[in-house]
Design a protein. Structure first.
Length: 223
């Protein structure tokens, strides 16, 4: 369940809500004591967000013909839905703490946390809906009588930084039987790197809540 948080002063980057998307990981769990291990993984992660309703948009040349004489508006307002969907290849490195539940030899509770590096693989932005356009948030000053169709899809990868760095953590439950285990975990990640190369219209940061199930296989050396 990814979302985009805003750290800029512009309303253009604010107002995003969570979307949903897949997250897959190939994990290596390397124990160095009874309770601690180092977990590394190669993760394919969905990031992004969506906002609907009244939102701020930069004043575009296409709308300039409807401006009153002498207008120098930089931002306009309209009602539609916009979605940003990103795909990252991430490499988390996490310290994991594992404890057995009571006297059970099969059930284990664990918590892990650490850092990740990410590489942006794809970035798509889409918009849907049609709306009157306004000079003000109260929708009192309309830009001409035009109704703008916002339906569009575009690649925005060249507008964003290719790399990311952040933190990740999870809380999980593992059922271990002989050399195979099944686990379920929930957690999240947050990226520290500014998403946009140009901060003119605000800055966003990636982040997501993650719910995952998986299989853990113990690879024992041959005798």
């Amino acid at each position: 369940m990814p979302n985009l948080t805003s750290s800029g002063g512009s309303d253009v980057s604010k107002g995003y809500k969570t979307i949903s998307g897949p997250d897959f990981a190939l994990v290596s769990d390397n124990k160095f004591s009874e309770k601690f291990s180092l977990e590394t993984s190669l993760e394919w992660s969905t990031q992004g967000g969506q906002k609907s309703g009244l939102q701020t948009i930069p004043a575009s040349p296409e709308l300039a013909q409807y401006f009153p004489p002498g207008s120098d508006a930089q931002y306009l307002y309209a009602n539609f839905t916009s979605t940003v969907r990103l795909q990252y290849l991430m490499l988390p490195v996490l310290l994991k703490y594992n404890v057995k539940l009571g006297s059970s030899v099969h059930w284990n509770l664990y918590i892990d946390g650490g850092i990740f590096g990410g590489l942006l693989l794809s970035a798509k932005a889409s918009a849907a809906g049609s709306s009157k356009v306004y000079f003000d948030k109260n929708e009192l000053q309309q830009v001409g009588n035009v109704t703008v169709q916002f339906d569009s899809t575009g690649d925005i990868k060249n507008q964003l930084h290719k790399g990311n760095l952040g933190i990740e953590g999870n809380l999980g439950l593992l059922y271990q039987s002989n050399s195979m285990g099944i686990f379920a975990e929930g957690g999240g990640n947050y990226g520290f790197i500014d998403l946009q190369k140009n901060s003119q219209n605000g800055i966003n940061h990636t982040g997501a809540l993650i719910f995952r199930i998986g299989i853990l296989v113990s690879l024992k050396p041959k005798a």
